[in-house]
Structures are given as C-alpha cells and as structure tokens.
Design a binder for this molecule. Structure first.
Ligand code: BG6
Length: 473
C-alpha cells in the first residue's frame, strides 16, 4: 500500500533536456564536451580527452540542443501536470548560474530561467525536487582547478548552494546535493570533472575528489538547514544490489566488498563519518587522503533522506570463466545474471532486485528512501496514427511499482518514485535519442533532426491512472 501523499514523479537532468547550451549567458559545462558517437565513452572517463578533442563544428554534441526544454519548459510542465505528477525532479545547470564557476555574483538570466521552471511547477501543484549537480561541472572550474581534484571546489559549490537555497528557500523543499555520487568511481570525468594522465594515481585521485564532494554535500546540508530548517536534503546513490553469482563463500565475500563501493558514499552521508572498511581499504591501497579535522566535523551534518536511482542489480563471481560473461551496456562491470532478462541495451531487468535493494538500504539506515530514477530505455516506433504502444515499458514499470509496493509492505519507508526521463531526453551514456525512457515522445533523432513535437505514449495514460489510484492495481 502506498502511503497518502506518496510523491509520484518524473525526472530529467539539465544537460540531457535543456539545450540552449550558450543561451542566457550560460557557460560551457563538462556535459557539453561529450560528443555523440564513438568518442563519447572515452570522454566520459577522462576529461583530458574531452577537452582536447572538443570541436563543435565537426562533431555533434547532444547536450547543446537537448530536447530544448529551455524553451519548451512551460508546455512540458503542463503536460506533466496533465499526467498528474506530484513531483518533478530536474537539475540546475551550474554553468547557467555561475558560467565559469568562480564569479562573485550569479548570472541573473540563468536564475530567471529556474525561477520560471519552479513557479511553473508550483502553479501546477507539482513539488519540485532539485538536483544541485547532475554530472554538470562548469568547464571553467575544470580548467581552473582540475575540478574536484581541488579542495577549492567545495567553496565554488557552496557558493552555488547559497544562491539557490536563499532564492528558493520558500519554494523548494526537496534537494539532492549530487546525482549518483558513487559514479565518480566508474566515470571520473562525468562524476567529478576529472582530467588525468599516466602520472596520476587514479584511485587516489577519485577517492580524494569523492572526499571533497562528501564534505561539500555535508556543508550544503548544514547550510540548507540554517537557511530553512524545513528543507529536506538527500544524498543519492546509483543503487542496485550486487549479488554473489553462487553460494561459494568467495563469491559472497566479493559481493560484500563490491556493495561497499556504493555504500561508502551513503554510509558517510547518513552516518556522518568514514566507516572502518573504507579506512582499511585506503590503507591497503596506499591511499592517503587529505582529510582535515574540520572536514570530520562538517561530515557530521547528515542527510534527511536517501535517494537512489535503480535500473538493475549486478553480479560478481570469483570464477574466472564465469566472469568472462559480462553484461553489455552498463558502466558497472557485472557478470550476466542467467535468471533475468535484459533490455535492448543489455541492462538487466530485475524488479525483485528493487525490493531487495530498498530493504537493504532501509535496514542499513532507517532513513526515508526516495527512488528518483527508474525506467526502461527502449526504441519506440510511431504507428500510422502517430501513436506509440509501449506495452514493454508499461510492463517494466508496473513490475517495479509492484516491487516497491512489496518493499513498503516489508516495512520500508518510501517517500516517492520518479520515472526517469518522463519525457524523452538524450541518453547520458550513449548520447542517443533513440534510447527513450519517456512517457512522452519527443520527435528528435540521434543526429539532432526532428520537429521536437511531443506525443503522449500509451504509458502516459497508464501512469496517469496509477497516480490517480495511488498505485492500487
Ligand atoms: C543514470 C543517470 O545513471 O542513468 C542519468 O543519473 C542517466 O543521467 C540514466 O540518463 C540512464 O542512463 P542512460 O545512459 O540510458 O541515459
């Protein structure tokens, strides 16, 4: 049973939706350097490659135009209101507010855009859920500080937070400090704006950058509570339980260790200190982090809720032969689980895994959970009447909603659920448009052509009913 006031929602991010990459005084963002095509993944790993090869005349950069939410936000939010959304998650594009990142005052035009987006949500009775940084470091800060490799990033980030919290203190209640902070371990440029070369000890660099983000997140939490104690601040994990491939104790141990890679981030943000297992991991790997006494004090400012994205579970095996059989398409290296099916992009589909993940997170923290991303990336085809019959998406979503309901019945406290890319947006990993998550179709292709018309899919009408009935049946 879903509780009264459950936040049925949808989610997007700035760089995947807005477009208008140089409008209204916006500066270049890290996401603007990720091209469509073969070079994209390499650029996502390492900003050195992204910066060196940036050439907007010869390559297509999907974030530059997105789905032009920048100009369509009003009609898009009305469509979402028609869908019945109770919450809409979007992110602030940092370089719209601080184009380089080091300015002493914010860019007024950038703020005006978010004023309108937020007001539009409120006028339509939609609760805004704002991600402060969704894979979106300004290029100015990448060039000046090397992004999150430098402690100075904490100040730059808090400057942004101060501007946002003061301006929207009576309008926005729910905030997420960083999108999927644990992603920095897999995609250092995406997660932390990191550029590096052979001289760098990459593991050291990633954990140091992660530490600065953890301190920034805790300091932002403190600041938000000072500005308005009613504001609710969440951390966010790219979640999904790691299963042992077999009951071989070696597999169980591997899974335990792999799960800690994600739990490290939420453990610190929920409990307020580094757990012993990570301290030992750092020692064993000769990693010595710059952690001050003041940092330790700041980390004590813990979050109000734990948000998560959930697409899949993962599997690990100590058997070399078994380990060769990896899933396709997912940035998390994972052994293919033979018991579950995969999406067209090779992401494994595991609704029961959502129930398991929610239970484990809740057992660990006893904090309210919020699923802020879940959905199916699939190819949608228009029929002769320009309709999209996406029963595969309805099937995926309804099974995950059932799993959520079961988790609630297990005792998990769940605040809400946002369908990822509720309106079609650019895929973060591939830069494609054809990998669609939306309940609303956007007419645009992978090369950037199309009318940008919006069309309601069958899943739109289905989700509308789900919301109306508060998830019953
Ligand atoms: C999450 C990100 O990891 O996965 C989103 O927070 C992203 O930005 C989503 O879009 C789905 O991934 P993709 O690559 O299919 O867009």
């Amino acid at each position: 049973m879903f509780p009264k006031g459950f936040l049925w929602g949808g989610a997007i991010s700035g760089s995947q939706a807005e477009g208008g990459f140089d409008s209204g005084g916006k500066g270049l963002s890290m996401a603007d350097l990720l091209p469509y095509g073969d070079r994209r993944f390499k650029s996502m790993l390492n900003g050195t490659d992204a910066l060196k090869n940036y050439n907007s005349e010869n390559f297509y950069y999907p974030s530059h135009t997105g789905i032009n939410f920048y100009e369509h936000y009003e009609t898009d939010i009305k469509l979402l209101a028609n869908l019945g959304l109770k919450a809409f998650r979007f992110s602030i594009t940092w370089s719209r507010i601080y184009p380089i990142g080091t300015e002493s005052s914010p860019n007024k035009d950038g703020l005006k855009f978010y004023d309108r987006v937020i007001d539009c949500c409120l006028e339509n009775n939609i609760e805004p859920l704002v991600t402060i940084d969704h894979f979106d470091t300004p290029v100015g800060l990448v060039k000046k500080y090397g992004a999150w490799r430098d402690r100075k990033m904490i100040g730059a980030y808090l400057n942004l937070c101060q501007t946002l919290f003061e301006r929207y203190k009576n309008k926005v209640k729910y905030w997420i400090t960083f999108n999927e902070m644990n992603m920095i371990l897999n995609l250092p440029f995406v997660g932390g704006g990191l550029c590096y070369d052979k001289k760098d000890n990459l593991t050291q660099l990633k954990y140091q950058a992660a530490h600065y983000q953890l301190v920034a997140s805790a300091a932002a939490t403190k600041m938000a509570h000072q500005v308005n104690p009613k504001m609710q601040i969440g951390c966010m994990l790219a979640a999904g339980e790691v299963y042992p491939y077999s009951c071989n104790p070696k597999d169980i141990l591997m899974a335990l260790q792999k799960n800690r890679e994600q739990y490290f981030f939420s453990d610190v943000q929920v409990r307020g200190y580094y757990p012993n297992y990570i301290k030992q991991y750092l020692v064993r790997n000769n990693i010595s982090l710059n952690i001050t006494l003041e940092d330790k004090k700041i980390l004590k400012n813990t979050v109000d809720f734990v948000s998560l994205s959930y697409y899949s579970t993962h599997c690990v095996s100590s058997d070399k032969e078994v380990s060769k059989n990896k899933t396709k398409g997912n940035v998390f290296s994972s052994v293919e689980n033979p018991y579950i099916k995969s999406s067209e992009w090779g992401w494994q589909i595991d609704p029961i895994g959502l129930r398991i993940t929610l239970n484990n997170l809740y057992d660990r923290y006893q904090k309210p959970l919020f699923i802020v991303e879940n959905g199916l990336g699939a190819i949608d085809v228009l029929d002769e009447n320009e309709r999209i019959h996406d029963d595969y998406r309805i099937d995926y979503l309804s099974k995950h909603i059932d799993a959520m309901s079961e988790a609630i019945d297990d005792g998990v406290e769940l605040m809400g659920y946002c369908i990822w890319g509720c309106i079609d947006i650019v895929s973060a990993s591939t830069g494609e448009m054809k990998k669609r998550y939306g309940l609303i179709y956007v007419d645009k292709d992978d090369e950037g052509n199309g009318s940008l018309n919006r069309i309601k899919k069958d899943s739109f009408y289905w989700y509308k009913k789900v919301i109306q009935k508060n998830g019953i049946n």
